[in-house]
Design a protein around this ligand. Structure first.
Ligand code: ACO
Length: 428
């Protein structure tokens, strides 16, 4: 393979280095294109732009491959626990037993919220969306640890990471409880990560919630599958905010906001709304298949399609198999699962979806799993966020460690050229 590429624009010749990744992805380093030629590149939605080098997650969208730090998602989903995966994603290696125990102890220590932070929940209206609460509260948490706003060493970074990973669960559970007027459940020091979250969500003073092992396992799997996904919209947001040297808390909080969007993490909630609509109204699933095909409708088949995957999303594959198993184990039936399978069957045999290589993504089956656990729809994207926190932290860390420049894309200006100010009396 050549080490440089030559670009010719009229009589201008530009030569630039070719960059190769460890999995043989190749890129043209066009960093000097503008200073050498006057041209910039235009790539809306960054569909063909590598914004950084990253060693966290490898995705091959054509073959449906996903690996965290080199480990296949299938192996991690089968053998690992979420906190172990979080460590792997952030620090690059599977933790030793000692490292894992130490980190778990930190998570236990940091799980409670400052009492004053608990009062913040009174300030949100009952109908406030829990993603808005999560984003606001992550920033609020940092106000109680001003030292961690300017991380100077590894020890402070570990503290900040552990605080966010641990407290995000408490914040999520408290937003669910406060919306319903339920008392808060303090984190239980003896419970593991997932069981503790379920306890904070569902225990009552008169009845302690004991997580069914299969529910705990399902939540663990859900979090692992969502832990990172390369340069997606929210991770890129975190990287962009972090590149301005914004602190870890506000960068991650920005990631929550990006994830909330219905084309990103918000899709898991929209999928269930669509399936519920079919179920309640008795609409033919074909209705949504056709609606998404029509350009006038502006509607997309939720949980379908992906910027990178042009074959099966491996996370959707794992979830689809697991949802069936989990419903059996829990002795539950969900009519929405049959509707989802029907929609998938219709889409995968429809030329529109086949030609565009549109397959179910991670959000297509995840909501059905969350419903089986008793998680309400408005909390789906919050659970996605809890799972994605390790990825966001790892991206923030990578930006700093690699000494990346501040993210600042250029634009092709298409507005008015210069014109003179018009006094109010002369305006029509
Ligand atoms: N339903 C119907 N048509 C679709 C869908 C869909 N879900 N997704 C893409 N298409 C069509 C587009 O309209 C476009 O058609 P065209 O070539 O005739 O114009 C073609 O497929 C290519 O799609 P793009 O818009 O170029 O795909 P892009 O990479 O920009 O978008 C996205 C990816 C946002 C995920 C899109 O597929 C989508 O909106 N899906 C539904 C929402 C969703 O499930 N989001 C979750 C994604 S996973 C995640 O973020 C965790």
């Amino acid at each position: 393979m050549p080490e440089t590429a030559k670009i010719q624009i009229g009589d201008i010749n530009f030569e630039c280095p070719i960059i190769k990744g460890t999995e043989n992805e190749i890129a043209l380093d066009i960093g000097k294109l503008r200073s050498s030629t006057g041209y910039i590149t235009l790539d809306e939605g960054f569909a063909n732009t590598g914004a950084c080098k990253s060693s966290i997650t490898f995705i091959d969208g054509e073959q449906g491959i996903l690996r965290y730090r080199g480990y296949p998602i299938e192996q991690l989903a089968e053998h690992s626990r979420f906190i172990e995966v979080a460590w792997l994603i952030i620090w690059g290696e599977l933790p030793t037993k000692g490292q894992l125990n130490q980190f778990s102890s930190l998570l236990t220590e940091y799980a409670p919220l400052h009492t004053s932070l608990e009062h913040h929940f009174d300030g949100f209206p009952k109908e406030a969306h829990p993603m808005a609460i999560l984003s606001a509260m992550l920033n609020a948490v940092s106000c109680y640890d001003p030292d961690l706003l300017n991380i100077k060493d590894e020890n402070q970074f570990v503290q900040a990471a552990a605080k966010i990973i641990s407290k995000v669960r408490t914040i999520a559970a408290y937003s669910y409880r406060s919306a319903r007027g339920y008392p808060f459940n303090y984190p239980h020091p003896k419970l593991k990560y997932c069981a503790n979250f379920l306890h904070m969500m569902f225990s009552f003073p008169y009845e302690e919630y004991k997580a069914h092992p299969d529910i705990e396992k399902a939540l663990n799997l859900f979090f692992i599958l969502h832990a990172d996904h390369g340069q997606n919209c929210s991770a890129s947001t975190v990287r962009m905010v972090g590149s301005a040297k914004a602190d870890l808390f506000s960068s991650v909080s920005a990631g929550v906001c990006a994830l909330w969007g219905s084309l990103h993490g918000g899709a898991n909630s929209e999928v269930i709304k669509m399936l519920e609509d079919i179920h309640k109204t008795g609409k033919d699933p074909q209705y949504y298949i056709d609606l998404a095909k029509s350009k006038e409708s502006n509607f997309k088949l939720m949980g379908f399609g992906h910027r990178i995957y042009k074959s099966f999303d491996p996370r959707a594959k794992i979830l689809k198999e697991y949802v069936d198993k989990a419903l059996n184990l829990l002795n539950k039936k969900d009519p929405l699962l049959d509707i989802a399978k029907k929609l998938e069957e219709l889409a995968l045999s429809d030329p529109y979806y086949i030609e565009r290589k549109l397959y179910p993504n991670v959000d297509f089956y995840s909501g059905i799993l969350l419903r089986a656990m008793g998680i309400p729809n408005e909390m789906f994207t919050v659970l996605f966020a809890i799972g994605r926190i390790p990825g966001w932290i790892a991206h923030w860390k990578e930006v700093l460690e690699q000494g990346e420049k501040i993210s600042r894309p250029r634009q092709i200006y298409t507005g008015h050229t210069i014109r003179d100010y018009v006094p109010m009396k002369n305006r029509g």
